[in-house]
Design a protein around this ligand. Sequence first.
Ligand SMILES: CC/C=C\CC(=O)SCCNC(=O)CCNC(=O)[C@H](O)C(C)(C)COP(=O)(O)OP(=O)(O)OC[C@H]1O[C@@H](n2cnc3c(N)ncnc32)[C@H](O)[C@@H]1OP(=O)(O)O
Length: 759
Amino acid sequence: MSIHTHTHIYKLASKLHVQSGYTVIFFKYLICKNTIYTFIVPFLISMLILCQPHLLLVSVEIFLQALEDGLKRADADPSVKAVMICGENGKFSAGADIKGFSSPKRRGIALGPIVSLIERSEKPVVAAIEGVALGGGLEVALGCHYRIAHVKARMGLPEVTIGLLPGAEGTQRLPRLVGVPAALDMITTGKVLCLVIPPKGVKICSLPDVDALFCNSIFLPPGQPLGPRRLSLKPVPKLPNMEAFLSEALVKVKKQAHGCLAPELCFQAVKAATEQPFADGVRREQELFNVLLTSGQAQALQYAFFAERAVQKWTTPSGASWKSASPQPIHKAAVIGLGTMGRGIVTSLVKAKIPVVALEQDLEYLNMGRKAVMFLLEREAMKMEQGAQTLDFHNPARLQFTVDFDVLRDVDLVIEAVFENMALKKEIFHKLSRICKPGAFLCTNTSALNINEIASATSRPQQVIGTHFFSPAHVMKLLEIIYGHHTSPTTIATAMQLAKVLKKVGVVVGNCFGFAGNRMMFPYAQQAVFLLEEGSRPEAVDQVIEDFGFRIGPFRMSDLAGLDVGWRSRKGQGLTGPSLPPGTPARQRHGHRYSPLPDLLCENGRFGQKTGKGWYQYEKAGGRTAKPDPWLHSFLSQYRDTHRIKTRFIDQEEILERCLFSLINEGFDILAEGIASGPEHLDVIYINGYGWPKHRGGPMFYASTVGLSRILAKLQKYSEAHPDVPGLQPSAFLKKLVAMGNPPLKEWMSYLSRPNNKL
Ligand SMILES: CC/C=C\CC(=O)SCCNC(=O)CCNC(=O)[C@H](O)C(C)(C)COP(=O)(O)OP(=O)(O)OC[C@H]1O[C@@H](n2cnc3c(N)ncnc32)[C@H](O)[C@@H]1OP(=O)(O)O
C-alpha cells in the first residue's frame, strides 16, 4: 500500500482487499441531509485530492500499519487540512482477506483501534467510496467523519455470511448512523445494498465518476467542528418500542438462522449498542466476535465461500478445463416443456434478459404453461423495482410461446425440460438435431438419465450436455452441469457461463445415474425409509435432520416434491409396478434390501402435499402445513407386523449417522470414480441444491470435521447390522484415506492414483 503525499494532500488508498465500493444507506443519508453537492462542497474545502488509481492486494498487517502511519503523519503535518481515504481502480475495499482468517497468526490483528484512530483525527477524514465497501472496508468508512459515495457503489457488512460479525466496532457505529432497524437488517443478513433508484422526491446529483469530482480542488470551511461527526459520540437513535422491536427481531433472526450462530451473535452485538455506552458495546462486540471465531462454523462458512469460487474453475478427467475453453454467446434460447421445471427455467432466462422461445406439445399445454410463466414473471417483477419494464416479458421479441419446432431454427441454445422419459427425450433430441442451426447447444434438464444415450439420438453429441436445474428453477441456485462422452469443452464452458448469467452456481460433474447430487441422495432417502420400517416415525427423522440445520427433512421434502416422482422412476427401473417379476420378495431387489413403503403410499393415492396426504397429513390438497398422521402410524405398525419386523427405539444419533454417513459414503465413491473433481464440488452441490446447512460446510467438509476414522467405524458398525444394504458398506476410498492417516480435505484427491472417468 502506498500513501500519496502532496503539498496539501493525503490520500490513503485502502487495500484491505482489492475490490470495493459504497452503500445506499449512506447515500440516502447524504441525500437526506441535502443534495450531494451541498454536502460535499462545504466539507471538502481546502482539500486538494489527486486520485491516481492503482491496484494492489496487501496483507492486513501492512495495510493497517500504513493506515496508522499515514493518519499520524497527516495529523502531524500542518500543511494538511483534511484526509481522504479511497480505494484504487475505482474500488474502496472488499474487507479483509478471508484466507487464513481464523489462523492464530491473524487473531491478534485488530482493525477496531485503527478505525478509532481515524475517528479521533483532528482533521476531517472523508471516505470516498466507489465500487464496493464491504466488511472491514465499510467499518473504515464508518470511522471517517464523512462518507461520500458513487451512485453505483455497493456496501454491506457480509461478515455474518462467513460466520463472523463486524468486529471493528461496526456493530456499534452503524446503528448510530442509520438506526437500529436498518443496522440490524444489514448486520444480521450481510446483505449488500446498492442504490437502484432514488428515494421518492430526492434528486440525485450527477456524479458520473467520483474521481472526476475529487480531481477538483475543494475546500473545507475553516473551524468546522468534528465532534458531532464522530459516530462513537452519537447516541443510538431511540425507538418508541425498542424492547418489543428487539424481541421480535430476535425471533426472526433465530428462525432464519437454522442453527447458524453468527446471525444471533450479530443481533446481540447490535443490542449491546442500544443498552451500553460505546466503549462497553465495543467490548461486548469483541467477546462475541471471539466466540464466533473459535466456533468452527466460521471456518465452515469460509470454506464454503472459497469452494463456491473453486468450482467455477472446472476440469474434467480427460484434461478439458476452464482455462482453455471459451464459452459461446447465447443471444436467444428455447425451453421445451412448460411443466414445473420448464416454467422456472423460462422465468430464469427472462430474468437474465435472454430472449426465450417456450415450446409445448399442443395448444392446451401451451396455454397452461403460458399462464403459469406469466404468473411467475409478474411475481418476480413485483419483487424488483422497475422490474416489469426491465424484464419486458410481454414483448414477443423477449418471450415467445409456440407449438412449432421450426421456430427453434435460430436459437443458440435449447433446454429440454420434458418428463424423465428416455424414449421421449431421445425423440425430441433427434428432432432438435435436425431443426436447430449447426452451432446450437442442446441441453437436457434431467435429474438422473444417461446423457450419452440422449446425445446418441443427435448428430452433434459434442454439443449435448445435461443441465440439472433444481425446483423451483427460478429460485434455486444450483445448476448441475453434466458432460457426456462426447461433450466438447466449449459446450461445458457455455453451460457454465449460462449458469453465471442466470446467477446460479454451476458445478460440472460426470455422467452416472443420478449424477453427483441425486446419487448421494439415494442412500440418504433409503436410510430414512429403513428407519421407519425399524420403528421410527417421519416426524422423528425429519426433526433430527432439521435440528442438524437442513431446511427440511427427507419426509417433508418427499411430500413437497411429490411421492409420485420417485414412484414413476422406480417403475421405469423395474423396481416396482407391472414390470416387477412375479415372486420378487416384497423387501428385496437384486439381493439387496428394498423398502416398498413409498410405493405402498402411492398405491394409496398419497402423493404428498398435492393430494393432501403423504408421509404427513395436510389441511387440504395443496396444503402446506404438515401434521403427523395417525393413519400413517397405524399403517406402519401393520406393515411391521405383516413383515415381522421387530420394532425398536431408534435414537437421534443413529438417525443422523445412518442418513448422513451413507450420503457421505456415496460421496467418496463419486470422488474415486472421477464423477466430481473434488470434495468442494459435492459440498457446493449440497449447500446450493439440497439445503445442506452452509455453516456445516457441506457433507464432505462435515465429514472432515467429524473425522474420517469415526465415519468409517460407524459405517462398519451399521453395515454389520445391515449387511444387505450396499449404501452402508464403507467406500474403498474412505478406507484408503483413513489408512493414510486421515489427511486434510484439500489433500484427499492426491490419494487417488488417477481419477477414473466412468464415461
Ligand atoms: C481485520 C479484519 C477486518 C474485517 C473483517 C472483514 O472484512 S471480513 C471480509 C468481509 N468481506 C467479504 O466477505 C467480501 C467477500 N467477497 C465478495 O463478496 C466478492 O468476492 C466481491 C468482493 C464482491 C467480488 O465479487 P466478484 O464476483 O467480482 O469476484 P469473486 O467473488 O469471484 O472474487 C474474485 C477473487 O477474489 C477472491 N476474494 C474475494 N473476496 C475475498 C476476500 N475477502 N478474501 C480473500 N479472497 C477474496 C475470490 O476468492 C476470488 O478468487 P479466485 O482465486 O479468483 O477464485
